[in-house]
Design a protein around this ligand. Sequence first.
Ligand code: ATP
Ligand code: ZN
Length: 283
Amino acid sequence: MLRIAVQKSGRLQEKSLALLNECGLGIDGGRNELKALARNFPAEILFLRDDDIPQYIEDGVADLGILGENVVLEKKKQQTVIERLGFAKCRLSIAVPKGIDYAGVEWLQGKKIATSYSRVVQDFLNRNNISAEIHEISGSVEIAPGIGLADAICDIVSTGGTLLSNGLKEVEEVIKSEAVLVANNNLSAEKELLIEKLLFRIKAVNKARNNKYILLNAPNDKLEQIIGVLPGMKSPTVMPLAMEGWSSVHSVLAEEDFWEIIHQLKANGAQGILVIPIEKMIL
Ligand code: ATP
Ligand code: ZN
């Protein structure tokens, strides 16, 4: 039985459970409970505060956890990141009051920085040979400069809207973060096998999310150019249409190349292009 720690409530919870469900674990409800049993997999879900997950994994109370990499880097516990999950993308950045004439990282020398991420900030300062005073506070970090508690802050930024409304500007990106899957370092062979099985499913789900199935009609005299543009899993499927001189072409496209390839397909005479999401992708 695998014990998987998931955030009890907050930004990570919904997507973490959605991912596990897409991997066939079958977890329902649980929002107000401490634990839930997966219906189709030997796993138990533990609902915890994200900050507590690293300790639970180090202690072996949980075998696996889903949490922000920012928290993993801050807590520095004995454990291993085994997969990046691609959601909850954000960055930890240093921000200063808008009016400051900030010329570079030396500006921080001798200043006070308020943050909930003192380890991560200290590592950043060390890398840049800066000594500054770190004030650890647990919430509402962005108001610290305004009330005279600090000269600068380091906090999570996704769009920058919160900074702006507090009269701050982002000046240094300290780390990038996304949700990650973390595992205990000393698992039994039986648990390792279960993790391998789960990882296989997670990769299939994430791969599918990053790819699209594409169908299009191609005039036979342009078929070669059109196929040349398409990557496909092995090679595209080509089937004759009822209409003389035309074929239907099916293939798989990576989300990141998507628009570029669509333009090239159109330029090469493709018509009736349909793009369909893929649910699972196993190579
Ligand atoms: P808890 O009660 O579990 O301690 P929390 O308040 O620490 O929750 P959340 O605000 O739910 O945490 O954020 C959880 C994680 O989501 C963060 O550690 C970070 O990795 C990521 N995150 C936070 N803010 C954002 C954002 N604006 N955009 C994207 N990801 C974010
Ligand atoms: Zn937290």
